[in-house]
Ligand binder design. Structure first.
Ligand code: ISE
Length: 338
C-alpha cells in the first residue's frame, strides 16, 4: 500500500536526465520531481517550468534540498562518483546512471563508502535488466528451457557515437551494458576479455576502433561476444542471442510488430536507446521508487554490480592494446550485497 510520494531531485537534464524527469513527473506511480540542476541552466529552467519543479544552482543544492527525498544522477560520467558520495553522505537514495564511474579508483571509493554506511542506497541505471525482452530471456534460461548456456552473441550498434569515437570510452560507457546484462543473464562473472578491431568505418579517427569485437569468457567457460559499433549510421540496434545445450533464445531487434505498406515490409529501427529501451527505463524507475517507498527491498543493479562492471571494462580497455586475452579477477563480494 503506497503511503507517500517520493520527491525526486534530478542532476543533469541532457537526453536521459530529461527523459527520467518527465517519466518520474508524469508516468511513474508514487513520485514527483521537485528540483533540477544542469550546468546548462536555461535547459534546466525550461524543464523545471514544464514539470513544476525548481531549477537549483548546483548539484549539491539538489542533494541537500529539504524537498528532495531521493536523487537521480544523470550528469557526465566523470561526475558520477563525487555526486554519489554526496548522496550517501546525505543519506539519500540514488538512481545513478551508468557507469558507476569511468575509473576503477572512483568506483572503489563509492563501493567503500556504501559498505561503510552499511546499507544499499544506490541503484545503477543498468535498465536492460528491466527490458521485457531481456527479462523473458532470463526467465526462460533460469527455467532450463534451452539447457546450459554455452555462448552468447551480442550486437550493440549506435547510429552515432554520442561522445565521438573514443574506443576506451565506448567500452566504459556503451559496452558496459553488455558487461552487466550478460553477467546478470548468466549469473556468473567473467575471467578474461579480448578485443579485436574491425575494419574502421569512415568516421573513425586514426588509432580508434569502430566496430570492434569484444569477447569475454566466464568462470564456467561460456563465451560472450559483443559486436560494438558506434557509427552504424542506419539506426540504433541491440541484439542478444543465447546459445544453449538444448536450444537458443533470441530477443530479436526488440520490434513489437513488422510493418508492410507501399510494397515494402520491415520493422522500425529506433534512432537511439530512448526509442529502443523506453519501457525498460520506465520499469527501472518504477522499481526504484517502489524500493524507496518500502514496497520492495533494494532492487536492480547494485553498487557492487557497478564496481564489477567498472573492473571488467578496465580490463577490456587494457585489452585494446594487448595482443591476446587479458585476465579479469573479481575480488570477494562484500556481505552487504549478499
Ligand atoms: C548511452 O550512454 C547508453 O547508455 C545507451 O544505452 C547505449 O546504447 C549507448 O551506446 C550509450 O552511449
Amino acid at each position: 500500500m503506497r503511503t507517500m510520494t517520493i520527491r525526486v531531485g534530478v542532476i543533469g537534464t541532457g537526453n536521459i536526465g530529461t527523459a527520467h524527469a518527465l517519466s518520474l513527473a508524469r508516468e511513474v506511480s508514487g513520485s514527483s520531481v521537485t528540483a533540477l540542476f544542469d550546468v546548462a541552466s536555461e535547459r534546466a529552467e525550461s524543464l523545471a517550468a514544464d514539470i513544476g519543479a525548481r531549477a537549483l544552482p548546483s548539484a549539491q543544492a539538489v542533494i541537500e534540498d529539504d524537498h528532495v527525498d531521493a536523487v537521480v544522477i544523470a550528469s557526465p560520467d566523470g561526475l558520477h562518483a563525487e555526486q554519489a558520495l554526496a548522496c550517501l553522505a546525505a543519506d539519500k537514495p540514488v538512481m545513478l546512471e551508468k557507469p558507476l564511474a569511468p575509473t576503477l579508483v572512483d568506483a572503489q571509493r563509492v563501493l567503500d563508502a556504501e559498505v561503510l554506511l552499511g546499507k544499499r542506497l544506490i541503484m545503477l541505471g543498468f535498465m536492460r535488466r528491466f527490458d521485457p525482452g531481456y527479462v523473458a530471456m532470463k526467465t526462460a534460461l533460469d527455467e532450463g528451457e534451452i539447457g546450459a548456456a554455452l555462448m552468447v552473441h551480442n550486437k550493440h550498434r549506435n547510429a552515432f557515437a554520442p561522445y565521438g569515437v573514443d574506443s576506451a570510452m565506448n567500452l566504459t560507457n556503451s559496452a558496459v551494458h553488455e558487461v552487466d546484462v550478460n553477467r546478470w543473464l548468466l549469473g556468473e562473472d567473467y575471467t578474461w576479455v579480448q578485443v579485436m578491431p574491425g575494419k574502421p568505418g569512415p568516421d573513425v579517427p586514426e588509432g580508434q576502433f569502430d566496430p570492434m569485437l569484444v569477447t569475454f569468457g566466464t568462470a564456467s567457460g561460456v563465451l560472450v561476444t559483443v559486436e560494438l559499433f558506434m557509427t552504424a549510421h542506419y539506426g540504433y540496434e541491440v541484439h542478444c542471442e543465447i546459445v544453449g545445450s538444448e536450444g537458443v533464445l533470441d530477443m530479436g531487434d526488440g520490434s513489437l510488430i513488422s510493418r508492410a505498406s507501399a510494397g515494402r515490409r520491415g520493422t522500425h529501427v529506433p534512432a537511439d536507446w530512448l526509442g529502443r529501451f523506453g519501457e525498460a527505463y520506465r520499469a527501472e524507475l518504477q522499481a526504484w521508487i517502489d524500493s524507496i517507498e518500502g514496497v520492495t527491498g533494494p532492487t536492480g543493479a547494485s553498487t557492487w554490480d557497478g564496481y564489477v562492471a567498472a573492473l571488467t571494462c578496465r580490463q577490456a580497455v587494457q585489452a585494446l592494446t594487448s595482443d591476446g586475452a587479458v585476465r579479469i579477477e573479481i575480488p570477494n563480494r562484500p556481505a552487504l550485497y549478499g
